[in-house]
Design a protein around this ligand. Structure first.
Ligand code: AKG
Ligand code: FE2
Length: 511
């Protein structure tokens, strides 16, 4: 599975390059073979013109007689062998060998779903997305009419008619501009009218069905459908306004997206777009930056950490220069070979399935596997003032195209049912950003309305639990879909046990 992590997709770039090389080699040898055959044919063409003009006179010369024997006995058969010779075997062997490592249908579907997710979250219409003009792009890349049709078909096959409509329409728009494509207007209109019908828009379905018939007058099914649609609509008083809207292009707002399982989807997406609630200037004026030495910790006295308030309540801080470039590279190198999709075990069947709410790959790095991890762990313990004896291993995550992590709490809401009985719940989260992200990919808190932008080498820190040990519902957060870039983070989850004298209980439940 490739689409869930950019880190593992990079190897495909090199695979493709190898394939191009071997394809070009094939073309070269095929071309020189053809060139040889052509020059032979030209030579023989001239020769046979002479010989056929006066066969007897020609053969009167003994050398000509000899050469005719030789050509027909050995040269033509040699040429036959050459014509038969298959030069494609090198390329074929190369591609068959690599094919087992190619992305499959699930990867293509996953990448299509990622585009739909980006389109929804960042309100990108299909025309903009297909033109590749994303803000700040370096490698602009556009989608052809055939690409848009494939995206529409993927949506259609998953019964996602909302996106099927958007992409079939874009395919059609491109065909209308005269773009060359394999797919025909009639094929696109067939899908588009069906999906529009599924969205409950009978007027537009009729309009599209008419266009389908004019594009393909032999389309019997469309004719039958049109009769049926005329019948439905004849009972309605047709207003010219509904006719007019049926002819307008479909936008993101024309139809409603199917409802989400997330109650806070609207807030989540608004924050991802940078539209969230902001703090009043008065509250903002109480946010500060400081050098943190955590009660004169000797290591921090020598090198204090730069701590910046991101939010007041719940308190969220960001550490600057929390990791060096070399540390970041080391952590990524250690994680790369271990990256795997997160799985969840079904409590009844015990079957492992991938976690679809999280589109990324992650790896766990034990604190002691490497001196760099040990050093980073000690620094986190120093700056937070907490014990990392009961913390989890460092979790490194790399997000794929449109990679995200839907809104969630880091703490468990049933800590006593799980293996958290001894170490306690996840008291605090220390989230390291191992990369910048060009666009999208913010960490957002949907309850309080905060968006934190990943910045390489910084880390953010917050407590998930109240002092009473109760989960703080205001810490609900998510990782926004990555619009542009390759996002890497490393999470350290600090547990309750061991902090009894470091973060003491409050006197009330809400403290
Ligand atoms: O990647 C992010 O920005 C947040 C990740 C997160 O919330 C998690 O891994 O629990
Ligand atoms: Fe989280």
């Amino acid at each position: 599975e490739f689409y869930t992590s950019i880190g593992q997709m990079t190897e495909l770039i090199f695979t493709e390059r190898e394939l191009v090389h071997s394809l070009k080699e094939y073309i070269c040898s095929a071309e020189s073979k053809l060139a040889f055959i052509k020059s032979w044919a030209d030579k023989l063409d001239v020769l046979t013109q002479v010989s056929t003009a006066d066969p007897e006179g020609y053969l009167a010369h003994p050398v000509n007689a000899y050469k005719l024997m030789k050509r027909l006995n050995s040269e033509w058969p040699q040429l036959e062998t050459l014509v038969q010779q298959d030069l494609s075997s090198g390329f074929i062997a190369n591609i068959s060998l690599r094919r087992q490592f190619f992305p499959d249908d699930e990867d293509e579907r996953g990448a299509a779903r990622a585009l739909f997710r980006l389109q929804d979250t960042y309100r990108l219409d299909s025309e903009l997305l297909s033109s590749g003009q994303l803000p700040g792009v370096q490698y602009s890349s556009h989608l052809s009419a055939d690409d848009c049709y494939s995206l529409g078909k993927t949506a259609y096959e998953e019964e996602d008619h909302y996106h099927s409509v958007l992409w079939m329409q874009e395919a059609l728009r491109r065909l209308h501009t005269g773009e060359e494509a394999f797919v025909s207007q009639a094929e696109v209109l067939d899908y588009l009218s069906y999906s529009v019908y599924q969205m409950g828009d009978v007027h537009r379905t009729r309009e599209l069905t008419r266009r389908l018939i004019s594009a393909d007058p032999t389309h019997e099914r469309a004719r039958g459908n049109l009769q049926h649609l005329e019948l439905i609509l004849s009972n309605e008083a047709t207003q010219s306004s509904t006719m007019a809207t049926a002819a307008k292009p479909i936008t993101l707002e024309t139809y409603q997206r199917p409802p989400s399982h997330l109650s806070d989807r609207e807030m989540y997406e608004a924050l991802c777009r940078g539209e969230g609630a902001t703090m009043t200037p008065q509250r903002r004026s109480k946010l500060f930056c400081r050098y943190q030495d955590r009660g004169r910790n000797p290591r921090l006295l020598v090198a204090p950490m730069k701590e910046e308030d991101e939010w007041d309540s719940p308190h969220i801080v960001r550490y600057h220069d929390a990791l060096s470039q070399a540390e970041i590279e080391r952590i990524k190198d250690l994680a790369k070979p271990k990256l795997a999709r997160a799985t969840i075990r079904d409590p009844v069947s015990g079957v492992l399935t991938v976690a679809n709410y999280r589109v990324s790959k992650s790896a766990w790095l034990e604190h002691k596997v490497d001196p760099v991890i040990a050093r980073v762990t000690r620094r986190i313990a120093d700056v937070t003032g907490l014990s990392l004896e009961t913390a989890e291993s460092l979790q490194v995550a790399n997000y794929g195209i449109g990679g995200q992590y839907e809104p969630h709490y880091d703490f468990s809401r049933r800590p006593f049912d799980s293996d958290l009985k001894i170490e306690g719940n996840r008291l605090a989260t220390y989230l390291n950003y191992l990369s910048d992200v060009e666009a999208g990919g913010a960490t957002v808190f949907t309850d309080i309305g905060v968006a934190l932008r990943p910045r390489q080498g910084t880390a953010v820190f917050w407590h998930n639990l109240h002092r009473s040990g109760r989960g703080d519902l205001r810490t609900r957060h998510a990782a926004c879909p990555v619009l542009l870039g390759n996002k890497w983070v490393a999470n350290m989850w600090i547990h309750e046990r061991g902090q009894e004298f470091r973060r003491q209980c409050g006197l009330t439940e809400g403290d």
